[in-house]
Ligand binder design. Sequence first.
Ligand SMILES: [Zn+2]
Length: 262
Amino acid sequence: MPELPHVQVFKEYADATSLHKRIEDVRVQDDRPLDGVSIPRLKKTLRGRTLTSSRRHGKWLFLATDGDPVLALHFGMSGQLVHTTDAKAPDGTVFSLRFVDGSTLAMVMPRMLGKVALTEDVEAFLEEREIGPDALDVEEERFVRRVRTRSGMVKTALMDQGVLAGLGNEMVDETLFMTGLHPRTKVDDLSDKEIVAIRRAAKEATERIVEARARREGLPESMLLRHRGEKDAKCPRCKVPFDRIKVGGRTTYVCPEHQGAS
Ligand SMILES: [Zn+2]
């Protein structure tokens, strides 16, 4: 499921394939992800414009053009970007930009729940949706302060997009695995040092995932994400099977050895 590192990969991919290209046509293959914008407005806004820059915030990707407003994309549970020179858009495309060079940038979403929106002001857009600071852009001290705005379990706090944007179920499990903390640990029981360690782990995990271009096979053996979803997945450090528990209703991987008891 696309979380901060995956959206970072999409950003870099869009930069490499589509920046500085002029949009010849805008196609909406499925209007369900359209969020507060009509097909005619989307087309009118983007047609003839050139993509000039991109920005990621949390799990959102913003694509700016040489006009207003900015295109905002959210990839939901399974979305991704595909750039192609084929005349036909890939299967599962919900929205695509066709450039004057004949290539297409397609938002492919086999399962819905993603979003396509327009905004005049990215900061106001984030505020309206109560999206907190980006988990990686935020400085250390503010990261600690944001986590401390919640008093429940650390996993729930980290997954709350209003606290910090970008971390989802899998990234939170990974960072807690790396720091040796149990997901059910209460925020109040964490030291500032431990919260700082979580931020460093999130940064490191993101770097590894971006390096691997978000492919599981490209991740180091030492990461939980490399093993997540495998049958009988074992902790690469302790060689014991992971416990699979529910935290906040989400399947959570935890090593019974090095992540201790809650
Ligand atoms: Zn372990």
